[in-house]
Write a protein that binds this ligand. Structure first.
Ligand code: ASP
Length: 450
């Protein structure tokens, strides 16, 4: 059994939806389909989810939302007309109107209710179209199917364990199941959405629940590349990558799937196959637990800005029991996630992301480090980018670090931080932000010239 999830660009209009249905019908194992909301038809277009967010914001501001809502309705009307399934339109219009006119007293709950309807209506529409062309399909409501979520302490949507058992029943359906991505329900009946791009998570959860053989994630590129094609022209394609390699690259901004989407398939060892709706014959990229082969020592290179260092100094730090743990406790209490902690003899450097370490937080943390942990000096440097070289095949191979470092040095790029864990799957360099793309280019040129 395969789970096939289609992203917004694959469902942007009637023409794209026909392609999706051709793909679904081309393989009898594709019985459970997860859909996003219709995305952009061209660069200037607006995603249905963004239109719905505008509806919700207008309502919460006490303004009329009729214009925004009509734009959403017109998107669906256009698709239904072209697919000759006008019969489903009243259902869609009613669903959208009911959400928009629902209770606004809890603003987060209201926004979730409205913005989830992009996926919900898309699932109704695709099910109606498949049925109209002679292939019985049903819209699956996440509440009826038992996809239950809750919010964690940070407000992020988290799946309740029982959902997996509930959703397993989907595999016995005689009709093709069309499941809306991006949201589920709380036990109190409220709609809860994942963060943006969260239909990837729904697909992964369903793949886990029915123990699928593969999770197909259909998008608009032939495959993933070894490096961002906006930085290097025509980079090498990646046909196979492990979950671990993918996580390491995602850490430095390599975004392919939603960050949280890999977990449900990762723990069950279900491979993910990224494929192109516009070119189904392309090989795609497989994310697997074990590679079958290696085309190169390095799988990918990525760079991301937005980091900072907090360097804390204390004489005889290495003799003091509990000093680093005190610093980490303070950061945890202030809600600052810590990324890395390279340390020296009398100093420790904490790497964090700027978005979590605002200037106001900086003042509080510095004071607490000095007063509570008795730090002698605390220095914050807000100019750090992380560049990662990732490859499972680097393990036990000699000389990659030397080549990378000498290429960067020849290019005049100062290495502020160097880190390689014992797993040897990745190397991390900290450089000034202005060198991010340049460093990626230099490393690609050096390491992909075998
Ligand atoms: N429609 C939602 C978004 O635009 C979720 C998704 O497409 O995965 O973020």
């Amino acid at each position: 059994m395969k789970i096939a999830k289609f992203g917004g660009s694959s469902l942007a209009d009637a023409f794209q939806i026909k392609k999706v249905c051709d793909i679904v019908l081309a393989d009898p194992d594709r019985r459970i389909i997860v859909v996003s909301a219709p995305g952009k038809r061209d660069k200037e277009d607006i995603k249905v989810t963004d239109l719905l967010i505008a509806v919700a914001n207008a309502a919460l501001a006490g303004d009329s939302y009729e214009d925004e809502l009509n734009r959403v309705i017109e998107r669906y009307r256009g698709i239904c007309d072209e697919l000759d399934i006008e019969g489903i339109l009243p259902d869609i219009v009613e669903t959208l109107k009911a959400a928009a006119s629902s209770d606004t007293s809890d603003s987060n709950r209201y926004i979730d209710t409205v913005k989830a309807m992009g996926e919900d209506c898309c699932a109704r529409l695709v099910a109606a179209y498949l049925t109209s062309i002679g292939h019985p399909a049903k819209y699956c409501n996440p509440k009826e199917c038992g996809l239950f979520l809750e919010h964690d302490a940070a407000g992020k949507a988290r799946i309740l364990g029982e959902s997996y058992d509930n959703l397993e029943n989907l595999k016995y359906s005689k009709e093709i199941c069309i499941f809306p991505g991006f949201y589920g329900y709380g036990k109190d009946g409220r709609v809860i959405t994942f963060s943006r791009g969260g239909s990837d998570i729904t697909g992964s959860i369903l793949a886990g629940a029915v123990s699928a053989d593969i999770y197909e994630n259909w998008t608009d590129v032939d495959n993933v590349f070894a490096v961002n094609p906006n930085i290097v022209k025509n980079p090498f394609p990646i046909y196979e990558i492990t979950y671990d390699e993918m996580r390491e690259l995602a850490y430095a901004g390599f975004s392919v799937l939603h960050e949280e989407a890999l977990y449900p398939v990762y723990v069950r060892g279900i491979p993910v196959h990224i494929r192109n709706t516009n070119n189904p014959s392309a090989k795609g990229t497989k994310i697997v637990s074990e590679r079958t082969h290696y085309d190169s020592l390095v799988t990918g290179i990525a760079g991301e800005q937005g980091f900072l260092t907090i360097t804390v100094t204390k004489y005889l730090m290495n003799h003091e029991v509990g000093f680093i743990s005190q610093l980490l406790t303070i950061l945890a209490e202030e809600g600052v996630p810590v990324e890395h902690i390279p340390s020296g003899i009398d100093s420790v450097t904490i790497i964090a992301r700027k978005k979590y370490f605002t200037p106001e937080k900086e003042d509080i943390v510095i004071n607490r480090f000095r007063n509570e942990a008795r730090a002698e000096s605390v220095k914050v440097d807000r100019d750090l980018a992380i560049v990662m070289i990732v490859g499972q095949a680097m393990e036990k191979s000699v000389g990659i670090m030397a080549r990378a470092a000498s290429a960067l040095s020849a290019a005049g790029i100062n290495l502020r931080i160097v880190n390689q864990g014992a797993s040897e799957i990745s190397m991390m360099f900290g450089v000034s932000e202005e060198y991010t793309d340049y460093a990626v280019r230099v490393l690609y040129k050096e390491l992909f010239r075998y």
